[in-house]
Design a protein. Structure first.
Length: 547
């Protein structure tokens, strides 16, 4: 058992080697059971993967050293033989045809008939090793050797939800529409992820699945109707969206506790800016607000209200006149809040009295677009959307006194090396710490691919998927690092050379293309001090009333 760092809020407990192993996975699940039962102080959640357990903790409430000690103590009581057998779940599948477009080619490739492929796939009971990639996606194995084929050379840009697929030693079911490179065999009428159910996720690590072939006709009789989420349209709105902007969503602090099921926490790209925007109106710090990037939205006040803008400067204006940042401001009925040319930063926050009033989903109003979850019908804002405030009037009208937090521009951010820094050449570590990086064109709420020095691997550029947190720096075979962001996956199969400490991730998020990002390593045992310093600075912010 190895205990490895993942930034300032994660401990990776690794078992076995870099191969799929029932024994290693059982050790992971046994340790998870003990840690979850003990719930050491400050531990937030645990994420099991093939051969590792990611223990997520709050650095404001505990330290990596304390969590390591708690995990070591728990490991002495973790007994794989005492694990429950796991549920037995049957998943019906309509194989081939429009539901399984790769079945015929796969059969030809492995030298079986289509019926032979179906018989081989349905003739095995599969262990659910972990959930990841997307909400509820089960990584299951192991496949019969005759069905083990590589992924597609070029992944599809779209795979329908409930599609059953395989690649390598693994098989799985796509819970939501997404890109994918696995071979598509068929489709099940079962929803393996449904946020409207009391238990949203059909499967969990440790379960056992057997696929059962059904006819296309039976599939049609049992398949659910695809229904779009209805937007929460208020009878009398406070704001009307005249233009949605590039990527404007509702975000609050996010939904912790679901990473083990492959569902990221989401929430703001700049948590400090969201907090301040809410404080300017007297809202709770994590109330739901609008998060936007450039080009920003155009909002029309449907009645008298108040807004506060914080974060990036995207040239806000009201009725064509410049509007203040880091300050509350009243809007009259018919006033138009607009955004123009971006000046500094990437992500701005628009707070309203009482927060944006949308229904909570799994305990949060944060939008996760990939799963159509939370926010305004689970999507970005669009022209014609109508928004309501949680209150008719603000509890306070404040502006930030003194110098606002740093947003945009060159920055140096703190990182904790690991958990897989040994996968990289010495030159890669030197380049990471001495080089200069900048957000590339492929940067969004999922991850920022950085332009800069190439980071060389020692040998392999892939590993068994294990846990991810926002801030983790993955490096695929091309050598360009990717910083995982708020909507990033909960597990991944690229080595992680380091992770950005949580308070500094906002600096990466607010950096624009061409702006320098440099990294400075800090000791794992001291990394929690970054969160505590940031909390003290946030508590020390001064506000004054708007006159």
């Amino acid at each position: 058992m190895k205990l490895l760092p993942l930034g300032d809020s994660g401990v990776v407990v690794e078992f076995g080697g870099d191969e799929i192993s029932d024994a290693a996975n059982a050790a992971v699940l046994a340790l998870r059971a003990v840690v979850d039962a003990d719930r050491p102080p400050g531990v937030v959640e645990t994420i099991p993967t093939y051969r590792s357990l990611l223990v997520v903790f709050d650095p404001l409430r505990t330290t990596a050293t304390a969590v390591r000690d708690a995990v070591l103590a728990a490991s002495g009581r973790a007994d794989p033989a005492a694990l429950p057998a796991g549920r037995r779940v049957e998943i019906p599948v309509a194989y081939g045809g429009v539901h399984g477009p790769d079945l015929a080619d796969l059969a030809s490739e492995v030298g079986l008939s289509e019926d032979g492929v179906i018989a081989a796939h349905t003739g095995t009971a599969y262990r659910v090793y972990m959930l990841g990639f997307s909400p509820g996606f089960p990584y299951m194995g192991t496949l019969p050797e005759v069905l083990r084929v590589p992924r597609l050379r070029s992944p599809r840009t779209y795979v329908p939800d409930r599609t059953v697929a395989l690649a390598g030693q693994q098989t799985g079911v796509y819970p939501v529409p997404s890109p994918g490179g696995w071979r598509l065999l068929g489709r099940t009428p079962l929803r393996i992820y449904d946020p409207g159910r009391q238990e949203p996720f059909l499967l969990d690590a440790g379960d056992h699945v057997r696929f059962v072939a059904i006819s296309a006709g039976e599939y049609d009789r049992r398949a659910p109707q695809d229904e779009a989420t209805a937007p929460p349209v208020p009878a009398i709105p406070d704001l009307v969206v005249e233009r949605g902007g590039l990527w404007t969503t509702v975000q609050d602090a996010g939904r912790p506790g679901y990473r083990r099921f492959g569902l990221p926490q989401s929430g703001p790209m700049d948590a400090l800016a969201l907090r301040i925007a809410n404080q300017l109106l007297g809202n709770p710090p994590n109330a739901a607000a609008l998060e936007c990037t450039a080009p920003g939205p155009r909002l029309v006040a449907a009645r008298r209200t108040t807004v506060a803008i914080a974060g990036a400067d995207h040239s806000p204006s009201v009725n064509g006149r410049p509007a203040p940042l880091w300050s509350a401001m009243p809007l009259r009925e018919g006033d138009v809040l607009d955004f123009g040319a971006p000046k500094t930063g990437q992500w701005a926050y628009i707070a309203v009295p009482g927060g944006v009033e949308v229904p909570p989903a799994l305990g949060s109003r944060a939008t996760y677009v990939r799963a159509a979850l939370g926010g305004y019908a689970g999507r970005r804002l669009e022209t014609g959307d109508r928004l309501a405030c949680g209150r008719r009037s603000a509890a306070a009208l404040l502006r930030l006194a003194g110098t606002p937090p740093y947003v945009g521009g060159a920055s140096t951010v703190r990182i904790v090396l690991g958990p897989q820094e040994l996968y990289f050449a010495d030159t890669a570590l030197a380049a990471l710490l001495d080089g200069e990086f900048s957000p590339g064109v492929h940067s969004d709420r999922v991850g920022y691919r950085l332009d800069g020095p190439r980071l060389e691997h020692r040998s392999s550029a892939e590993l068994l998927s294990d846990g991810l947190l926002p801030g983790a720096i993955q490096v695929p075979a091309g050598g360009q690092p990717i910083v995982i962001m708020a909507d990033g996956p909960t597990a991944g199969g690229y080595p992680k050379i380091a992770a950005v400490v949580r308070p500094d991730l906002r600096l990466v998020a607010q950096a624009r293309r061409g702006e320098a990002v440099r990294f400075r390593a800090v000791a794992w045992a001291e990394a929690h001090l970054a969160a505590r310093e940031a909390a003290a600075e946030a508590a020390g912010l001064r506000f004054e009333r708007v006159t």
